[in-house]
Design a protein around this ligand. Structure first.
Ligand code: AMP
Ligand code: MG
Length: 415
């Protein structure tokens, strides 16, 4: 006869905050690493980048035109002999004396004696002699040395995320490598003997593995170097072997499925025996069963997330993402939160913190939220429509239309 699991009461559960605090007490920032500029893309700097020399490094022309003495342009039009050309590249020894000029290209060093550049568009474009029709002020079209960056200036502060402009600036001040906080290497395994690779024809009872894809993508979005291992069946030895094999390349392991009270909940069975992993019922919806601890010689953190796809993703948002940000050294750990008013009544299980899938909009200057899905933890399509999660506190069961709710913003790329 099957024995029913003991009824669950709220005093058997730990709170979301307790579980998160336990995780954050374990995970530590990774040691900084020197990387080539393009390998460092998306990482946070772990040093202040200082410019050893000014930018621009020398006075140069902002336009294609003629380097002149501005005093020669008093009576216009004027015709000046052109004594030579200077292009971007090695410095020229040409000098501009009063009464003559030098043809100059964008980025070329300003010849000695010149104090302005006349853009070619304001002239007849002559090569031996040039006719200048319009005046320019002294200093016109000259990019002065140091006007972008002074020598010795700190141009990128520790903690800055390295996007395209920051990488360009680091290169411009002569850096080919920088010290960064590395991306945590996150290995994702989904467990379940019902799972098959997406695209495989489904046999009876089989489903496509969604979680390892969703969680690998979520880890990458959070700034990790994410590796999808894929599917492991509900066999303790296979799971143990897979986790042990993966430890060499993992700063964090994530599993999905097999953490509740079912007979084949293999993650719980395997991880309870090794390391410090503990399985708890966390007072939240979705995502109640949660495993967390460390395994292996390096005490690698491992998250045993629940198998229902929405539970897995919400658990990632609430627990794994803050942990990854701690490892990266990024602040704040939590997603941005805003206050919004609900356009529909919301309900939440008493004693649990609910994370409701909602669409966030701005109406008359205020944020509003509208539910996009029922509460079922298997309703992944609803999760895909959500732009935010409304966070309903443990003590609240109903939120009336027009009442305020706290909302956790979910970001998606390429929108
Ligand atoms: P479990 O936590 O293993 O009992 O799984 C709970 C539910 O989530 C079951 O309906 C599973 O079939 C489903 N599930 C588990 N893992 C995955 C996965 N990787 N992709 C999609 N659904 C899953
Ligand atoms: Mg399972």
């Amino acid at each position: 006869m099957a024995v029913a699991p003991p009824p669950m009461t709220s005093d058997q559960m730990i709170s979301v905050d307790e579980h998160l605090a336990r995780i954050l007490a374990v995970v530590q920032p990774l040691s900084p690493l020197g990387l080539g500029l393009l390998d460092a893309q998306g990482c946070l700097l772990d040093e202040d980048v200082v410019a050893p020399a000014p930018l621009p490094g020398f006075d140069n022309s902002a336009m294609d035109g003629y380097a002149v003495c501005a005093a020669d342009l008093q009576d216009l039009p004027v015709e000046l002999p052109v004594t030579g050309d200077v292009a971007a590249g090695p410095a020229s020894t040409l000098r501009v004396e009063p009464g003559v000029c030098v043809r100059i290209m964008t980025g070329a060093a300003l010849p000695a004696g010149a104090d302005a550049v006349v853009p070619v568009e304001l002239t007849d474009g002559g090569v031996e002699r040039v006719r200048i029709d319009r005046p320019v002020e002294p200093g016109a079209y000259i990019r002065r040395a140091g006007e972008d960056v002074a020598a010795g200036e700190s141009v990128l502060a520790r903690g800055t995320p390295l996007g395209s402009a920051q990488i360009g600036l680091a290169a411009a001040v002569g850096r080919s490598r920088v010290s960064v906080r590395p991306r945590p290497r996150v290995v994702v395994v989904s467990t379940g003997s019902e799972l098959v690779e997406p695209g495989t024809p489904l046999g009876p009872g089989q489903i496509a593995d969604a979680n390892s894809f969703a969680l690998t993508a979520a880890a990458a979005e959070a700034g990790a170097q994410a590796y999808r291992v894929g599917i492991v069946p509900d066999e303790p030895r296979t799971l143990l072997g897979t986790l042990e094999d993966q430890l060499v390349r993992a700063d964090v392991l994530i599993t999905s499925g097999g953490v509740s009270v079912g007979a084949y909940d293999v993650v719980k069975e395997v991880l309870s025996r090794i390391g410090t992993v503990q399985f708890d019922r966390v007072a939240m919806q979705p995502g109640m069963p949660q495993g967390f601890g460390t395994i292996g010689p390096d005490s690698t953190p491992v998250f045993g997330l629940p198998g229902n796809p929405v539970s897995a993703l919400v658990s990632f948002e609430v627990f794994v993402r803050p942990a990854l940000r701690r490892m990266i050294g990024a602040e704040p750990l939590e997603r941005p939160r805003v206050s919004a008013v609900t356009t529909e009544p919301l309900s939440s299980a008493k004693g649990k913190r609910s994370f409701l899938r909602v669409h966030l909009a701005v109406r008359k200057g205020a944020y509003t939220v509208t539910p996009v899905s029922g509460p079922g933890s298997h309703l992944l399509a609803g999760m895909s429509r959500a732009t935010a999660l409304a966070v309903i506190p443990e003590e609240v069961e109903h939120v009336a239309v027009g009442a305020p709710v706290t909302v956790m913003l979910l970001e998606r790329r390429a929108q």
